[in-house]
Design a protein around this ligand. Sequence first.
Ligand code: 0A1
Ligand code: ZN
Length: 876
Amino acid sequence: MLRDTPTTIYLKDYRPPEYLIDRVDLTFELGEEETRVRSVLQIRENPAAEVSGVLRLHGEQLELIALSLDGRPLQATEYQVDDEGLTIQQMPAQCILESDVRILPQKNTALEGLYKSGTMFCTQCEAEGFRKITWFLDRPDVMSRFTTTIRADRIRYPVLLSNGNPLNEIQTDDGMHQITWEDPFPKPAYLFALVAGDLRSIEASHTTPSGRDVALKIYVEPENIDKCDHAMASLKHAMAWDERCYGREYDLDIYMVVAVNDFNMGAMENKGLNIFNSKYVLASPETATDRDFQGIESVIAHEYFHNWTGNRITCRDWFQLSLKEGLTVFRDQEFSADMGSRGVKRIEDVRLLRAHQFAEDASPMAHPVRPDSYMEINNFYTVTVYEKGAEVVRMQANLLGSDLYRKGTDLYFERFDGQAVTTDDFVQCMAEVSGRDFSQFKRWYSQAGTPELKISSDFQPEQQRYTLTVAQHCPATPGQPDKAAFLIPFAVGLLDKNGNEMPLQLQGEAEAITGTRMLEVSERRQQFTFIGINERPVPALLRGFSAPVKVQYDYSDEELMFLMAAEPDGFCRWDAAQTLAQRILLKRVATPDAEIPAGFVEAFRKALTDRESDQALLAEVLTLPSESYLGDQMKEVDVEGIHRSRESLKRHLALTLKDELLSLYHDNYSADGYAPDAVSIGRRSLRNLALSYLIQLDDPAVLQLCIDQFRAGQNMTDVLAALSLVADKDVPEAEQLLEQFYQQWKNDPLVMDKWFTLQALANRPDTLSRVENLMKHPAFSLANPNKVRSLIGAFCSGNAVGFHAADGSGYQFLGDRVLELDGMNPQVASRMVRIMARWQRYDKQRQQMMKAQLERILKTEGISRDVFEIASKSLE
Ligand code: 0A1
Ligand code: ZN
C-alpha cells in the first residue's frame, strides 16, 4: 500500500541486469498456517553488464528465517531487507545464495504470488508476483533453470504440480508427501507455477510431427471432471494448428492445465503448467453458452501459443509486453477464424477493438502499444497492448503477404529462441525477410491514438479516372501532442453498379488486378488514381479492417444500403449496416421522431429473409451498434437519449418486420443435440437476436415464446437469452424465472455469475438497489474476481442508464466498491476505477460527480499503486 507517491518507471532507463541466476532450486513446505520457501540460487555476474558489486533482489511480504552465502550464514551487517527487497553489499563474482522465508498464502487476497483458491494452493507470478514467494531478480530478462520440490499433506493435497517434468515422489511417515519437478528450459520467474490440491484430471495425448508423445492433462475440482472435454479438444486443435501454421511444436513431455475459481485474469501461460480462471476451462451445454465455448477455445489456444511466443522467446522488459501479447492474440484470432467462421470472427474482433481500444485511445489512459512509462505494470495489461498489438502484427502480415510473414516468424523463432527480446527485434525479422524498411511502420508501437482517415473521391468520366484522396490525422494523446504520419495498409475495392468488382489499375501501373487492392498510405495527404474506370464506382474501404483506424467517407444512405447487399467483404458489409444504423440512431437522439428511411427497413428485411448467407454473419449485420459505441460517436454522451433511440428503432423494426422475425425465429429452431460449431452457433444467435427484437412489441405471445424457450432448457445459450429478455420486463414471470434458475444452479459458481450479470444489466429503475442487495447474497463474494466482475463490473460498465443515473448514485456506489476492494485486491480495484477514467465524455454535472469520486479515492490514505495510477492519470 502507498506511503509515498509511486515512482514512474521509464523504458529509456532500461539497463541489463548486473547479475544472472542460472539455476534456482526451490523447496515449498505448504502448511495450513504458513508456508516455508527455501531457495538456492546460483548467481553470477552478467558479463554483458557493468557490475557494481551490490546485489539487489526483489522481495515483498517475506519473513526472513535464514540467509547464507556459499554455505556461510550472513551477518546482519552484510545485508539489508526492506519492503521491496534484499540488498547484499559485497557480492563475489559468483556464489550460491540460500534463503529460507515464511509466507502466508492463506492471507493473500490480492491473488498474486502463492495463494489459496478454495482448498487448493496456486500461484500467479506475472508480472511481478514471484517476488512475493522468495527473493529473486524478478524481471523477464533473467532466465533461469528451475527445480521445484513441493511438500504437503498427502490427504489434503494429493496432487502437487510445478513446471517441467516430474522427477520422483516420496511419501513420509508423518502423512506428508513430496514431489520434485524439473523444468529443463530456462525461464523468467513470471512463468513459475505451483499447484497443490485434491484434484481430478482428464488425460489425452498428442504426438508432434517430430514424434514426441505429449501427455495432456486438465486438472479440476472433482465436481467438474465432466466439464473438461471441450477444453481438451480445443488444446489438441491448437497444437495441430501451431504445427501447421507456424511450424511450432511442443517441447516437454507433459502439458498441464489447472482450473481455479479465484483468478484475476483469464489464464496464465506458465511453462508446462497453465493456470486458468475456471471460466475458460469448464463447459457443458447445460451450463455454458456459445460465447463461453468460443472463449474457452480461444483462451486455451492463446495460452498454448505462448509456449513459443512468450516462453521460449520472452520479453526483455515489461515495456515489450505486446511482443508476446500482441503476437499471441493475433495467433489466437487466426486460429479461431480457422476453427469457425472467419468473417464473423473478424467482425467480433473489430467490434471489441472499436468498443474498448478506440475508447481507451481517446481517454486519459491512452498509451502506445509499447508504452514508454508506467507506475504499476499490472495496469498495462490493456486492450491497447493486447488487441491493438494484435492489429499491429496483423498489419505486418498484411504488408508482407502470408509466405513472407511465415519466413519472418521462422527467422524470429530461429534467431531469438531462448532469449528475452524487444518488439524491434520482431519487426527486424519482418524487415529482413522482405527487404523492406519498417522504420515508419514502427510508429505503430511508439505513438498512441487512433489515426483518422478522411477520404474523398473524384470521378472524372472523360478521362475514365477515379481518384481517392486520403488524409490522415491522429489526435493528441497524453504526452504526445503531435504525431508523425503512420504507414497504413489500406485495403480497398471498387464496385460497379451491379455489385461486381472493378479491375483496379493505378496510374503508372502496367496492368490491372481484380479484387482487393492493398494501398499503402504513408503521407499526411495522398492521392490514388485508378484508370480505366468507366462508371462511378462505390468504394469499399478498409476491407477486412486492414488497419486499426477510423475511416470517414461521405457515403450516401443509398450507397450504404448497396454495400450492405452487394459488398463481398464481410467486414465492409457489416460496417455499412453499422454506419447506416448509427446515422439513424444518432439523428433520433437529437430528434426522436426523425424519419427512419424506408430503404433501411427494406435492407433489414432483405437480410432477415436471406437464407443463403452465413447465419452468424447475418446476426452481426442485424445487430445495432451498442449504446457505448454510439456514445463514443457523440461530442457529449447522452446516456438516456441513446438508450431511448436504440430501443425505439428496435421497436420500429420489430413492428414492421414482425412476420419475418417470427419466421426467422421458428426456421432456426433445431431439435438436435447441442454442438458449438459455427453453423449451429450462427443459427442460435440469429434466432435469439430475432427474439430480442420481437420482445420490444410487448406482445404476450412473444413473452410466452421466451418463457417456453427458457423452460425447454435445451442449452445455456437459449436459456440465458430467453431469461435475460424476461428479466428486463416488469412482469411476475421475471422473478419466477430468476428464482427457478437460481434454485437449479445455485451450486455452480460460473452459472451464478451469469445470474448476477443478468440482474446487473436489467433495464429497470431499481437495478442499483438490487445490485446492492445481491452483494449480500450468499452466492456473492467480494473476494472472488469473477463475482466482482459479474455483478459490480457488469452494472458499472454494461448498464449505462443505471450507472450514469443523474443523481450520481452509480458513481458513489463504484467509488465505495473501489475503496472496499482496494484493500483486498488492488488489481481488481484498479480495473473497476478505470470505468470512471472517461468522465470527460459526459455532461457537466456527471463530470463533477465522477471527478469527485476520483478525488475522494485519491485522497484516501493507503490506496494501492494500481488505483493511484489510474485515478491520478484520469484527473490529469
Ligand atoms: N499473460 C496472461 C495474462 C495475465 C496477465 C497478468 C496476470 O496477472 C497480473 C495474469 C494473467 C495472458 O496473456 O494470458
Ligand atoms: Zn497472453
